[in-house]
Design a binder for this molecule. Structure first.
Ligand code: SF4
Length: 599
């Protein structure tokens, strides 16, 4: 029925299957959408798969490995884009309003995962699926409306080229359902920038390593969700009681008011004090004048309101409005620590208002701020070394702003920078200077100081990722000496297992010190009806970590790629004299492989 700009509406109902039967905590079904054929299908998710991997990262990794043909081009229509939920989505447990996405990354060529939170989780969950698999490629730009009533393919040539804020508003307006939530890409995703992200609620970003570009390659501008379905839990009253008891137990923990007041920018002062704040494209560990980009400065210079995801009492989100100066009135959610490090540290922008300005541009264009900051700082280095003709300086906000726009629209120097630092370094003959692992640029934790973060960057399946184990927490809190090498992998594996369970249930990272293993056992019992011991949960986490690794092995990745950029071994951080030795990494890796059984 689809013609021109009309909407095609399809609804496939698998009447023969009774989806109320199956694993508690899940809808026991997934939605498959083929954009090439504009076809949809509802398929059962076998109980055995859910029992083995639960949802979130477990289900997403299983499906990606099962579905994606090996070694395909990430921009091929065959590359699957897989969205998943966990068994806690749209339930009263705290920190659970999150969803996930998995694909093969165009930036790294390997496994890619990402998580985001907010109201869109509730809309997604109420559509009534555990996963949505998107394959194929639309002939013309469209956005999807996915609900418990069916799937609509909305042609949207008029939205192609629009920035994310405008596109999201237009999609929601078109749907006209106040309970709907929408995800969208911006020009960067459409133009296949390899670190394009997906945005929702204007400022929430999803998709390091170019998941937004995969969406763009499919000519998929966005997805809107709505519905009325609620998941059937094994024991809803018990989960509610657990949530209440949990809140009473932890809400006076000092980290709760810290997150509420300062959010992630509180890390700026901590990291600068210990000299681990990557500065001047990874050549220093402290920014002179960092006070101007600290959490305190944000609170003083901007009007800041806390914002919580649904079902959260920590409210780490900050909506900041610039009070004075050339950006007066500019309002964003953020900036988060990682954005402050990328533009403030690496590019040496020492004003919080100017970082907000650059953050806003990246959100509008739909680009990952961590990689964007790394790319601009790398271009500044290339400019200084005369590898490029352009003149770009550290701290030159307007120059940085121009480069970011060129990246998003693939213009001039932006064409090379849009491919990530591995590519730019190869083109400009700067491989020795480039900082990345497996093609992904690291977050704002220098492994010459926080050595466990070296192990994290080297082993993470999506490249130099800080989130899979969030091991900086243990090293910053004094739980383990940051300089310690021997015996470090054991605590690292503890963290990685627990955070993997968080990604399977899709719980917010910032609850990691509050939710105990006993809580995790109770959560799984009351949501899914499974009585699992701590060692069963850890075994599950291990098997899911192995799944992601199998995907990378299938793509040709070996242990040789578990490494760090050589600069971390060769260059000492000025001021502190800190460095990491290659043998330090070898020791940590050896212990890690043994503990994982990959000897
Ligand atoms: S702590 Fe922050 S990110 Fe986590 S659920 Fe709450 S508001 Fe969302």
């Amino acid at each position: 029925m689809e013609v021109g700009q009309q909407t095609e509406f399809r609804l496939d109902i698998l009447r023969s299957l009774d989806y109320d039967v199956g694993m508690k905590g899940f809808f026991n079904r997934l939605l498959r959408i083929d954009l090439s054929k504009k076809k949809t299908a509802i398929e059962p998710v076998p109980e055995s798969i859910l029992q083995t991997y639960l949802g979130g990262k477990g289900l997403g990794s299983f499906l990606l490995l099962r579905e994606n043909p090996s070694r395909i081009d990430p921009f091929s229509p065959q590359n699957r884009l897989i969205f998943t939920l966990g068994p806690l989505a749209d339930t009263p447990f705290y920190g659970s309003s999150r969803y996930a996405v998995f694909t093969k990354s165009p930036q790294t060529g390997i496994y890619s995962e990402s998580y985001s939170g907010g109201k869109a989780t509730l809309s997604f969950s109420r559509a009534g699926y555990d996963a949505v698999i998107i394959e194929g490629k639309a002939r013309d730009p469209l956005f999807l409306e996915i609900s418990d009533e069916g799937v609509a393919f909305h042609p949207c040539q008029d939205l192609w080229g629009k920035e994310t804020y405008e596109a999201e508003e237009a999609m929601l307006r078109k749907i006209g359902r106040k309970e709907a939530g929408a995800l969208t890409i911006g020009p960067a995703g459409e133009n296949l920038v390899k670190f394009a992200v997906i945005e929702s609620e204007r400022w929430r970003s999803l998709g390091r390593a170019g998941i937004g570009a995969v969406m763009g390659s499919k000519r998929l501008k966005g997805i809107a969700f709505h519905g009325k379905k609620r998941r059937d839990l094994a024991d809803r009253p018990a989960l509610k009681r657990l949530a209440q008891e949990f809140k009473e137990r932890v809400q006076r923990n000092p980290i709760v008011p810290m997150y509420k007041k300062y959010g992630t920018p509180m890390l700026v002062s901590i990291m600068n004090t210990i000299g681990a704040f990557p500065t001047q494209y990874w050549s220093r560990g402290t920014l002179e004048g960092w006070e101007g980009i600290s959490a305190e400065s944000l609170l003083e210079r901007c009007k800041v309101d806390s914002l919580a995801c649904p079902y959260c009492f920590m409210a780490c989100g900050k909506v900041s409005e610039v009070k004075e100066g050339r950006h007066q009135g500019l309002r964003i959610m953020g900036p988060e620590y990682e954005t402050i490090y990328a533009f403030g540290g690496l590019c040496m922008v020492d004003s919080i208002e100017e970082i907000i300005y650059l953050n806003d541009l990246c959100d509008r264009l739909g680009m990952d701020t961590i990689t964007a900051g790394n790319m601009v700082a790398f271009a500044i280095e290339a400019s200084k070394k005369r590898r490029i003709e352009e003149k770009i300086e550290y701290g030159d906000v307007d120059g940085i702003h121009e480069v970011l726009k060129k990246i998003a629209f693939q213009e001039g120097i932006g064409r090379i920078l849009s491919q990530g630092v591995r590519h730019a370094a190869a083109v400009w003959g700067m491989k020795e200077q480039a900082i990345h692992v497996k093609g992904l640029e690291p977050a704002g934790f220098d492994p010459r100081v926080l050595k466990g973060m070296g192990l994290a960057y080297a082993t993470s399946d999506r490249g130099a990722c800080h989130l899979r184990a969030t091991f900086y927490k243990s090293e910053l809190s004094g739980q383990i000496d940051p300089s310690r090498i021997k015996g470090k992998a054991k605590l690292f594996v503890d963290y990685e297992d627990k955070m993997t369970l968080f990604d399977v249930l899709i719980l917010c990272r910032f609850y990691r010190d509050l939710i105990t293993w006993k809580d995790l056992q109770d959560i799984v019992k009351f949501s899914c009806g499974l009585s699992l011991r701590k060692k069963d949960l850890r075994a599950m986490a291990s098997s899911i970590i192995a799944l992601a690794r199998s995907f990378n092995q299938q793509e040709g990745m070996t242990k040789k790629e578990d490494k760090l950029p050589r600069r971390f071994f060769r260059e000492v951080l000025p001021g502190t004299g800190k460095t990491i030795q290659s043998k330090d990494l070898e020791i940590m890796l050896k212990e890690y492989y043994q503990l994982r059984g990959w000897g």
